[in-house]
Design a protein around this ligand. Structure first.
Ligand code: WT7
Length: 666
């Protein structure tokens, strides 16, 4: 963002005068009232103790928080529990076994409703199967599945036996799987032949095969690959390694006696992009994580498990799916919808058809989806009965006030509170969000830290900015669902999150934010080299490394350019090697296509640059640092800012000419 555009953005935000308080009826019936802020402020740890008691513990903890080895936290010290018992068994034991846990809707229209009692059996059998395949407490299991019930069952089965899952988003490449399997040392991979997307079954098992082929003889930590049959894709089986899910799982006992694990037993690792090329394995543990996802799901979404039908449209491959499809909703005994496919299959009203069909009351989706629906037009949702909806949530990136208003009016019929929830893979659970029964929300603002959470906006010197000011978002006190580290990289954990404000002990989130005149928070996006593409994090360095791994590329610079639908889009500037330059002169289009596909192959389709521009030179300072700010100006079609620190100021003219000729556009 240039100074000028961020300044005008700021003044717009600060002049937002619309307020949307809950109706008296909503406030009256809400799960949390304004008292929650007070009681949490008075005694934060006692507040978290109360939230933790919403779960079933096998053994009570002796200390709420041990922060003596900061930033390595321990929450609910000495407590033991089982996450899958909390998500499943305890609801059955309480006589709610007949309640539907999951209404699954496949993209082709096949459906399957699973009660809590049925889910208990599925998880028990899968847990036995994992044990039979040699998975033990403390091991890691990689999960590479589409949005089908087996994804949820697999995660809960790991949790049941105390093994950590590492879910890999189904859009990631063989290389990405390989990197994650190596880093986590996964013993087992759970995948499927494929999953339905836009009317076709996209392949998954072949991608796992390709990933595992990268291991030399005797090098792979993976003993078995368990394959769910979802479509009719042909799959090749490696004898002794690969097994059908149905062969191994279905024959198992329907009862599984759970063990109880320490509150700090690893629950999962989830890889996310940082500022280097190597993704970080974000580590979450059991007791604190489950406490906060259950609490926030209850508080921010005002869940009434007896009557609500909840739908989070995220994929299990991202943290939103972990926290607000699997652990939060199931710990709370919710009834939810899981949908496999895309919003435009077979028609652009599919989401609204689902709302109508299942009587969905709470919808949690992303700004990029909302902007897409806006583009498709209000007449599409207007064809469906959306009157069951009573609360709307947003996550993944800043929601612009226009999208917020559209969501509220067109989808929510101007009656549903909208909660814009800020959090990260690292925070594990929602941190900043309106409390729907309390907060008079402003379109585009995530408002305040939830009760129990301490956030602030500070300047470079760690001083809180006054109302009306902007700076860096920090979390000033530890929270139960906080990441416990980066898998096998303590140093990077300390360096990335805790070094910038080490003296104050603040967690540095990597986001810019502003406080408005009332002290409410407005998130402004990343301040580091991490892009946010449709709510998904991808680092510029990761894409640059993928580009330079292609033999034709000498150098690459990548920026995230503002995009009206996806929030940001990837724009790459590449210098080709001498030999490739001639080829490029012969057919520039061809090399651009090849490079875009190469990035998709290296990382996954989500990382495919929207645009690649072949350039002769990159703008660099005299010390050789690439000036991304200038490239962003070009990519966003702005007049180029200050070039005085450039080693060669003519470079920018050439680049912007290339951009406006637009020849690299898709
Ligand atoms: C980054 C975290 C949280 C689950 C999905 C993404 C951005 C997330 C918001 C929001 C403004 C948001 C931030 C954050 N972000 N939610 N409501 N308003 N920005 O998880 O992949 O770990 O990405 O997403 O930049 O740092 P993630």
């Amino acid at each position: 963002m240039t100074e000028a555009s961020s300044q005008s953005g700021l003044s717009n935000l600060l002049h937002e005068e619309r307020r949307f308080p809950p109706t008296p009826e909503f406030a009256e019936a809400a799960n949390y009232s304004a008292d929650a802020y007070e009681s949490a402020a008075k005694d934060r740890l006692a507040f978290w103790d109360t939230q933790a008691r919403r779960l079933d513990w096998h053994r009570e903890w002796t200390e709420t928080l041990d922060w003596s080895a900061a930033p390595f936290a321990q929450w609910f010290v000495g407590g033991t529990l089982n996450a899958s018992v909390n998500c499943v068994d305890r609801h059955v034991a309480a006589g709610r076994g007949d309640r539907v846990a999951i209404h699954f809707e496949g993209e082709p229209g096949d459906t399957r409703s699973i009660t809590y009692a049925e889910l208990a059996v599925l998880v028990a059998q899968a847990a036995h199967a994992l044990t039979e395949l040699g998975v033990r407490t403390g091991d890691r299991v990689a999960i590479y599945l589409p949005m089908i019930p087996e994804a949820v069952v697999s995660m809960l089965a790991c949790a049941r036996i105390g093994a950590a899952h590492s879910v890999i988003f189904g859009g990631f490449s063989a290389q990405a799987i390989y990197d994650r399997v190596v880093d986590a040392g996964a013993k087992l991979v759970i995948t499927s032949d494929g999953g339905w997307r836009r009317g076709k079954v996209f392949p998954l098992k072949p991608v796992v095969d390709e990933a595992l082929e990268k291991f030399g003889p005797g090098e792979s930590p993976v003993a078995h690959v368990l394959v769910v049959k979802r479509g009719d894709n042909e799959v090749a089986f490696t004898e002794g390694r690969d097994l059908w899910w149905s062969d191994v799982v279905d024959k198992q006992s329907k009862h599984h006696e759970p063990e109880f694990f320490d509150a700090e037993n690893p629950l999962f690792i989830l890889y996310t992009s940082g500022t280097t090329g190597k993704p970080k394995g974000i580590l979450h543990t059991t007791g604190g994580y489950l406490t906060q996802v259950a609490y926030t799901h209850h508080a921010a979404f005002d869940l009434k498990p007896e009557t609500d039908v909840y739908w989070c449209t995220a994929d299990i491959g991202w943290v939103t799916g972990h926290s607000y499809i699997v652990y939060g909703p199931l710990a709370n005994g919710a009834t939810q919808v899981i949908y496999e496919g895309t919003p435009d299959t077979p028609h652009q009203g599919r989401f609204w058809e689902l709302v109508q069909k299942y009587g969905i009351t709470i919808l949690y989706t992303a700004p990029t989806a909302i902007r897409t629906f806006m583009k498709w037009g209000a007449d599409i949702p207007a064809k469906f009965d959306l009157s069951s909806l009573r609360l709307l949530g947003s996550v993944g990136e800043p929601i612009n006030p226009e999208a917020w208003m559209w969501y509220r009016q067109v989808i929510g019929g101007d009656r549903c509170p909208v909660v814009d929830t800020w959090w990260q893979t690292e925070t594990g659970a929602i941190m900043i969000s309106p409390l729907p029964g309390v907060t008079a929300a402003k379109p585009g603002s995530a408002m305040r830290a939830l009760p129990g959470i301490s956030a602030d906006v500070v300047d470079d010197q760690a001083q809180p900015v006054p109302n009306g000011g902007g700076g860096l978002l920090v979390l000033t006190e530890p929270w139960p669902a906080m990441l416990r580290g980066i898998w096998r990289d303590d140093e990077r954990f300390v360096e990335t999150y805790w070094s910038r404000f080490a003296a104050q002990g603040f967690y540095f989130a990597g986001d810019g934010a502003k406080k408005d005149e009332d002290g409410d928070l407005w998130l402004l996006g990343r301040v580091d080299d991490v892009m946010n593409i449709s709510g998904h994090r991808i680092s510029t360095t990761e894409v640059e490394s993928a580009l330079v791994s292609h033999p034709a590329v000498a150098e690459a610079a990548v920026v995230g350019a503002t995009d009206p639908t996806t929030g940001q889009a990837i724009v790459a500037f590449v210098i080709l090697r001498g030999s490739a330059t001639e080829e490029q002169a012969a057919g520039g289009e061809q090399i651009v296509t090849e490079l875009r596909n190469h990035v998709a192959k290296e990382i996954g389709a989500i990382a495919k640059p929207r645009q690649i521009l072949v350039v002769a030179e990159l703008p660099k300072t005299r010390s050789g640092k690439i000036m991304r700010r200038l490239l962003r100006d070009v990519a966003e079609h702005r007049s180029i800012g200050d070039v005085t620190t450039l080693a060669d100021s003519s470079v920018m003219n050439l680049i912007s000419q290339g951009m406006s000729s637009g020849k690299a556009e898709d």
